[in-house]
Write a protein that binds this ligand. Structure first.
Ligand code: PFF
Length: 463
């Protein structure tokens, strides 16, 4: 167990965990989910999930990690509940599945760095052809996975921390500047209205399930990523306030990403907002147009910088996704870290091939599955997304809080949370967390998990 490494400072942990949370989920996933269903109504449900249900899950994951100093599976063993390590194993499976398709999207974004540098803003119209060219985008994906593996192999404080600290603030400044720019464009107001003025008649069951999945995905919850990161946190750090910061940072960045994209869609569609339901390609189609509208060398510089920063945000997330199975393999199977990293990364890259070819190149993976009651087929990448984000993560979150409150027991969790948080005991936050972790979150997440599975895969719509 020697040499597991640890974060060099409190800020190191917060930045790394925020780096894990902030990624493609915020800038690519959030706007596309908002666009696909519900608009502002989605945003409202999403915010409720993040603060009311996900924050308690986050606190619990970090506490379990710090208490045991173990990976997602080892943590349950260490607390003396070996049977429960199935939750950790499920988390590792989710991590592998998520990284397999996440890396494909990251590869697309990586390739865009070169497209923007070459001033090729017309890529927006050729996006369909771009992702079908699987040898090119596959090579970008391979390069991305190799970079992730390289960072992870350097260990926790060497690689993960440094990468996170440097580039996050720059990304925020960049997005904020683009927000200001896109608000000056014509018809931006129609976009703002779609994004910010809720129409609750849009609120359907699937909007709720997607908002739940997106909240878990964006906050990196439900798969033990934060158990793993929590295992590197110092005993005197304040978990309550760190988790609050991470949640706020993540939600804040998703919200400003929306403020950047929707006014732009208003501009591009003359206020009709017809582009919003575009799906996973949304940012790849809209953003080059904003850079194109800036035009010339400046447009190319802004576009290139943007995708460089987006790739760094994605990298701090892929690093945490890879760290989950790697920490498990290193701790439990006593394989050397560097070897474990390359082994696992290769395996995940191969698992991602169906997601890579399922966007038009391979007919089989493009029309991979027709859910019961659905009128059209779902591609492999979206299937992975439904399976991992919308289903496994909320289930994992539900089981983690249930475990902490009723198996490991609340008072043990409370004890761990109060280390480094002097005012915690007796506070309102403690009372709320106790209620949420014991009753609210397990019930709501458990029920919604069942509803999601029935609705998404079997066409049985209860709400
Ligand atoms: N939260 C990351 C994002 O929003 O891009 C994705 C992610 C990272 C999900 C790590 C889950 C995880 F464990």
């Amino acid at each position: 167990m020697a040499n597991r490494g640890g974060f060099s400072s409190k800020l190191g942990f917060i930045m790394a965990a925020a780096g894990s949370a902030v990624g493609l989920g915020n800038i690519w996933g959030f706007p596309y989910e908002v666009g696909q269903g519900g608009g502002a109504a989605f945003v409202v449900v999403y915010l409720i999930f993040c603060f009311i249900l996900c924050y308690p899950v986050m606190v619990t994951e970090i506490a379990i990690g710090r208490k045991t100093q173990k990976n997602a599976v080892g943590a349950f063993n260490d607390l003396g509940y070996k049977k429960w390590n199935i939750v950790g194993k499920m988390g590792i499976l989710s991590g592998v599945l998520i990284l397999s398709f996440y890396n494909v999207i990251a590869g697309w974004a990586f390739g865009y760095i070169f497209e923007m540098a070459a001033g090729n803003f017309g890529i927006a119209e050729q996006f369909g052809d771009y992702i079908v060219d699987i040898f090119t985008v596959g090579a970008y994906g391979l390069a991305f996975m190799a970079t992730t593996a390289f960072v992870v192999s350097r260990g926790v404080s060497g690689g993960i921390e440094k990468a996170a600290k440097l580039l996050m603030p720059t990304l925020i400044i960049m997005i904020l500047s683009l927000v200001i720019y896109s608000l000056t464009l014509e018809n931006s107001f129609a976009g703002l209205q779609f994004y910010l003025v809720p129409d609750f008649s849009e609120l359907t069951g699937s909007v709720i399930y997607n908002a739940m999945g997106q909240a878990f995905f964006s906050l990196s919850l439900g798969m033990g990523a934060l158990i793993t990161y929590g295992s590197y946190v110092g005993k005197n750090d304040n978990i309550i306030s760190s988790a609050a910061f991470i949640t706020l940072a993540d939600v804040g960045i998703a919200l400003i990403a929306g403020l950047m994209i929707f006014p732009l869609i208003g501009f591009m569609t003359d206020g009709t907002m017809t582009e919003v339901g575009r799906g996973p390609g949304l940012i790849f189609v809209t953003l080059p147009q904003i850079f194109g509208s800036i035009g010339g060398t400046l447009g190319a510089i802004v576009g290139t910088t943007f995708f460089v920063l987006l790739c760094f945000a994605a990298l701090t997330s892929t690093v945490s996704l890879l760290e989950v199975p790697v920490a498990y393999v290193v701790d439990e199977m006593s394989i050397r870290r560097s070897r474990a990293v390359w082994l696992v990364a290769t395996l995940i890259f191969i698992t991602g091939i169906p997601s890579l070819v399922g966007n038009g190149y391979s007919e089989f993976f493009t029309n991979f599955i027709v859910y019961v009651g659905a009128d059209k087929a779902t591609d492999f990448l979206s299937f992975m997304n439904h399976l991992a984000n919308d289903t496994l993560l909320p289930l994992g979150g539900c089981l983690i809080v249930f475990f902490a409150a009723h198996v490991w027991k609340k008072h043990n969790l409370d004890e761990e949370l109060s280390n480094g948080a002097p005012g915690y005991k007796g506070s309102f936050v403690q009372k709320y967390l106790n209620f949420a972790i014991s009753y609210l979150a397990p019930t709501v997440l458990g029920v919604l998990f069942v509803f999601t599975v029935l609705s998404t895969f079997f066409g049985i719509k209860i709400i």
